[in-house]
Ligand binder design. Structure first.
Ligand SMILES: *Cc1c(COP(=O)(O)O)cnc(C)c1O
Length: 455
């Protein structure tokens, strides 16, 4: 086997994929999905030639992907892959650095340190923040809430890392009615319990009602949201953080995509008050448009994060005077996630990042305008990159979602909003253009039987 040829051929295949992904169907046909059987069968006894297996993987696998990097994918909150971030990811794979300790990867460790400072500045947070480079917002919520658990119980004289949760002083947990399932999952994993929480009612956009907060004290953990997964709405952080500060409570923010509003001057007002929280979770694989997987846990007082994530001493794990990546994350051995974050931020610059976020928000408004003009009902205030639309009754809306997915000009998912079926549109990919939105609007209107005239 010729290693150089293998890598060059594979790069050529990847480049072909990338150049085709913007014009192809967004979702594979059932026949192509059935074709994935070609990857199965019994495991071969003898080695298979890598060039042959890459060819098989490309021929059967590439058409069976969801074209989420192509500009017409609006499902969940997804984001594509900036060219620089994808290229950096390839180099990082060649490096194969274990980014647990500085000693194992000086470059991996330093990239996290360098990008931490940039990120803290972009979000407008305190320079005392500790940042953990984790797999995504679910684990970022878990990681940041571990730091909250540490701090709240340490105040009560309880070392939770040593003594565990049985017999620990009680912590009251407050969430909004619209809490994301991943945050509830993080609470479950930490022994706080998914349902042992006070749920604060939300307003018509899904924002927590600050006037309905329960009494808070210094044993309260309150979890708020920057960017509702359906509407994109932000909880009123200014009021909530002020009340929490006065009471000594800990405020955690799930800002999986919403935190990035801070990078765009036209949207930054949505983030008012959020810098006063104690911890935050966000994703880079969503709105920063880096390849999977990549999320960030940020904690105002880095010591709380290190106390929660540190491990007892083992003689062979030599700590240096540098920032040690493993002291900020649940994982020890892991990949060098800082590299794509570094490449994405460098390639965009501050202006490019602002334009990417703002541009996606503008395109969401373009979607909403086009759908309204076609006679359909937009159910949310489009303040960010999320649009909810109803096509009439629930049955019709569900039918339209199914047919849009089968048509595969674009891809949009479904949800339920205030008891009604709705289609969700999330514009989160750097590659999405006005032409993509117009082609998608035309397809949606064709399927739904609306009067799309172009916007
Ligand atoms: C996507 C999302 C999450 C979970 O993020 P993962 O990267 O899938 O772990 C959490 N909260 C919100 C608001 C989200 O949009």
């Amino acid at each position: 086997m010729n290693e150089n040829k293998l890598l060059a051929d594979t790069a050529a295949r990847a480049a072909r994929y990338v150049s085709g992904v913007r014009t192809r169907r967004v979702a594979p046909t059932p026949e192509v999905i059935a074709g994935l059987n070609a990857l199965g069968g019994p495991l071969n006894d003898e080695p298979m030639d890598p060039e042959q297996l890459i060819a098989l993987l490309d021929e059967a696998g590439s058409p069976a992907t969801i074209a989420s990097t192509g500009g017409r994918y609006f499902g969940f909150v997804t984001g594509g892959s900036l060219p620089a971030a994808m290229a950096a990811n390839w180099l990082a794979t060649a490096w194969d650095q274990n980014t647990a300790l500085f000693a194992q990867s000086p470059v991996g460790a330093r990239l996290e340190e360098i990008t931490s400072a940039w990120l803290i500045d972009i979000f407008g947070f305190s320079s005392t923040c500790g940042v953990g480079f984790v797999t995504g917002a679910t684990v970022a919520n878990f990681t940041a809430l571990s730091a909250a658990r540490h701090a709240l119980l340490a105040r009560a004289g309880w070392n939770v890392e040593d003594r565990g949760m049985f017999g620990a002083p009680e912590i009251a947990v407050v969430v909004g009615a619209e809490v994301h399932v991943s945050l509830s999952k993080a609470l479950a994993m930490l022994g706080f319990g998914r349902t042992r929480v006070t749920r604060v009612p939300a307003d018509d956009q899904g924002r927590m009602r600050a006037d309905l907060l329960p009494p808070l004290n210094d044993r309260t953990l309150i979890c708020i949201q920057a960017g509702n997964v359906n509407t994109g709405a932000f909880d009123p952080a200014e009021e909530i953080c002020a009340q929490a500060r006065a009471a000594g409570a800990w405020v955690h923010v799930d800002g999986a995509f919403g935190l990035w509003a801070a990078a765009a001057p036209g949207r930054a007002h949505l983030m008012n008050g959020y810098a006063n929280a104690d911890s935050w979770a966000t994703d880079c694989h969503k709105w920063l448009n880096v390849p999977y997987d990549s999320g960030l846990a940020l904690v105002r007082d880095a010591a709380h994060l290190r106390n929660a994530m540190g491990f007892g001493n083992a003689a062979y794990l030599t700590m240096s005077d540098h920032r040690e990546p493993a002291l900020y994350t649940p994982e020890a051995s892991r990949r060098a996630r800082g590299i794509e974050v570094w490449a994405a931020l460098r390639s965009l610059g501050r202006r490019g990042l602002a334009e990417m976020i703002e541009g996606n928000c503008r395109l969401a408004t373009r979607f909403a305008d086009g759908l309204r003009q076609a006679g359909f009902e937009v159910l949310n205030d489009v303040v960010l990159n999320q649009v909810l639309v109803s096509f009439g009754n629930d049955e019709k809306t569900r039918r339209v979602i199914r047919d849009v997915q089968t048509d595969a000009t674009c891809w949009c998912g479904g949800t339920e909003w205030h008891g009604r079926a709705a289609m969700r549109i999330s514009v989160s990919c750097w590659a999405t253009t006005e032409a993509d939105v117009d082609a998608s609007l035309a397809a949606i209107c064709r399927v739904a039987g609306g009067q799309h005239q172009g916007v």
